[in-house]
Design a protein around this ligand. Sequence first.
Ligand code: FEO
Ligand code: CA
Ligand code: CA
Ligand code: CA
Length: 670
Amino acid sequence: PIPGSTGFAGIGFDSIPASLAIGGRVADVVAVPAGYTAKLLVSWGDPIAIGGVPFKADASNTAAEQALQYGMHTDGMHFFPFSSRGQVLSDRGLLCANNEYTHEAILFPAGQTGSDVLGGGYTIEKARKSQSAHGVSIVEIRRVGSNWTVVANSIYGRRLTSNTPMRLSGPAAGHALLKANEHVITPTGTTPTGNQTDGYVANGTINNCAHGITPWGTYLTCEENWNGNFGSTTGSVNTNVATEIGKLNNRYGLSASGNGYRWHTVDPRFDISVNPNEPNLFGWVVEVDPFSPTNTPVKRTALGRFKHESAQYVVDSANNLAFYQGDDERNEYIYKFVASGKFNPTNRAANLDLLDSGVLYVAKFNADLTGEWIALLPGTIGAGGVALRDNPNFSGADDAEVLAKILIKTRMAADAVGATMMDRPEWTGARPRVNGYDEIEVYCTLTNNNRRDPSTSINVNKPDGSTAAGSARPPVDAANPSENNIYGHIIRWRETGKSVLATTFTWDLFVQAGDTQTAKTPNSTNDFKGNIVADPYGSADFGAPDGLWFDWFGRLWVQTDQIGDGSGDWVNIGANSLSCADPNTKEFRRFLTGPNRCEVTGITMTPDGKTLFVGIQHPGEDSPATDPAQYSTWPAGQWATRADGTPLPGGRPRAGVVVITKDDGGIIGA
Ligand code: FEO
Ligand code: CA
Ligand code: CA
Ligand code: CA
């Protein structure tokens, strides 16, 4: 047994101070407690696959070079250890990391429209580089002596990009809505063949935010704000809710200019006006086997289609298997997928298609601290007493087609059954059942929400796929008690009977984040500030919780995603951070603060607990100056070399992963 209270090994470091702004900027460094050392492991542009070439400090690497380099804007990740003689190793592994999006002012030498080696204006070469910087990076890493290094030219080194061939499986695969126009994709163009695909194939993955793993050792990458990578060359998008695609476009937020990428202007695959079904190939959870470098990634449709954040698995004592998932948008939902088959701990091959069949549930949180998992199945009775199979949104030739439509239009099914709209569900994490703790307890970060505020008239989603004016915004409820939830909160629930098959649960709010120095009374105003837990360390002050992960020792780690410059609502909170919490007492201690305007996201650990990897995303983002390097030069501004001693070129900011060890060689956090 591990020391400390039930299910928890104790926290052995002192909280570090908040990194507050001085002159409009927070320190452009990663800070960790005394007795710990942080170094850079890998960052955007480092070569990770066979044939990869080094990063060029002026960002003039080509699209083809980027496709063999670490992607941009690192996010969720997991360390998969190698094994030797039946023992997992803590000094050699495959780091699988998501690369969520690109910051195009940094990605190209002269920005999105300037003229440089990638062409003048927006070119297919620029689109291909952006697409190649999205996706997943699979990196072989080793510890040599006390230093970690990326293994150059590893046979396992691999990039999944927005153009990597993938397949679709599960109940929705093959459905007409997934039959898109077929294209021939080359480095210099995308040409329609005139044929339609069969609904079982897709190209690439985009906006890979958080992640999951399976108990059989595969990696799950989750597609979040994929809608923003599409656009329309006609300048408009079908949002006519009298049409099936119009409803989908509306409910999932497709628009003519998207998030400003402009891929659609040079790559017709992302032009919704000519490829209306292409968006339906995104919004899925994608499974890949990192130890099989030629493995074709699979989009598992049984887990539903939305803006996926993470997918946390739990195996219960009867080997039933569930995945808990958030849909990160204001007033969206929390889901649970329960596999039909049981996990087989002794036969890996028997597990490989477990994600293709099961039941997807959506959560309803009641005011009395009970909750229900509502199955999204054809026979489920929804609004107006109408079964989903009789709801025109899901009508089909048979229940197999109804289920396919429920999975493609998951948000609309959740709307119809009256699930609880949440304050932007981000990561889910399961508390380990160690040292006498035996509940199935799952946590979810609810990062913020400004669409319950009665003073706003911002539209909200409606079950038919249309939007309603602000008067129809959801009111506060017990699970989402703030009208203007600036700082976010963390909710947790315990499955009835300690079974993942449970259709009921109990829940409570683990913490409401905030600025304790300006605390106001909870729930009494539309500007809730303050932590519900009296915190002797003062370190519960954080906001916009996003990354959430339990280590093997029962410590809860929470990462944040606010603007990260210490301004406005964040003057007392400062830079984004990583905190460690005691799930019993709710005590938080701040472990790490990040560089200027970065998000801290992505966390994983070696099996021995002695090496921690933490992601630093988008340093310098949204800086007032045109040149983000005026606001961040991290990591080169902090360190002259990487962890392995190789020199770090200066210049523009580069998202990347830091490796943290304890100076006495001990377990992180202990
Ligand atoms: Fe990409 Fe919901 O954070
Ligand atoms: Ca996130
Ligand atoms: Ca962010
Ligand atoms: Ca976020």
